[in-house]
Design a binder for this molecule. Sequence first.
Ligand code: OAD
Length: 251
Amino acid sequence: MTAINDPALIEAFRGAGHVVVLTGAGVSAESGIATFRDALTGLWSRFNAEDLATPEAFDRDPELVSRWYDERRCKTMACEPNGGHVALARLQAGMEAAGRKFTLITQNVDRLHQRAGSRDVLELHGTLHVWRCVGCGEAKLESGPAFTEFPPKCSCGGNRRPGVVWFGENLDGGVLNAAADAAQRADLFLTLGTSSVVHPAAGLIDVALGAKAKVVEVNLQPTAYSKRVTWSLRAKTGEVLPWLVDKALAG
Ligand code: OAD
């Protein structure tokens, strides 16, 4: 019997009072958005993170860095949520309608979860869609076409940067605390489409395991957690989540 046919897996969904989900770039891969570490197609296989994803890189070459992030912002706006995003939004709506709790934590900066209908998403690594001034700190939602100046300027004259967390920067403390608190209280924890190598995000899986939650992993490849979780499924999230959520909500 493969894990997906295990009746206990569906029972775990139906019996959970609080489902907590951690997503990574793999969940958006079927929408056409590049992951980070997949060989050949991953962003960090094709670009050097130190040239693009650090505060030092932005200080050194704000034009290059802001162009790269603005291209990614425009690319994500041209992509659509896939079946995995939609299934998670459906699971949240179904659980909350039944008075149960659901928390979605994402490492993704593309906002496809929100576009699929997910609410109160905890964005651990920020978002490409809010840019803030490095001078006065003013933050603004950006949903228009590509910028015309790089870096874009604030009305105070300062350079504006994407609202993502770069290497060497701290995560937002409030968001991280809320995520850790949810992981601690989860009955069922899903880790989806993440290589689980970036901390503190991956540490949330340890928190859930330590709190004796049942843990489901969905990934095309094994990760360092595959042998420790309750169920590890080798599958595409966009294919398996609609099926699982149908079963979970049918009870
Ligand atoms: P990675 O690129 O490290 O991992 C993506 C994972 O998704 C891999 O383990 C793939 O096997 C898996 N995968 C790919 N397509 C899939 C699919 N259709 N269904 C299921 N699994 C699939 O991306 P993250 O783990 O999200 O940080 O990376 C974590 C962080 O590292 C990112 O948030 C980013 C990056 O540097 C920041 O930007 C701060």
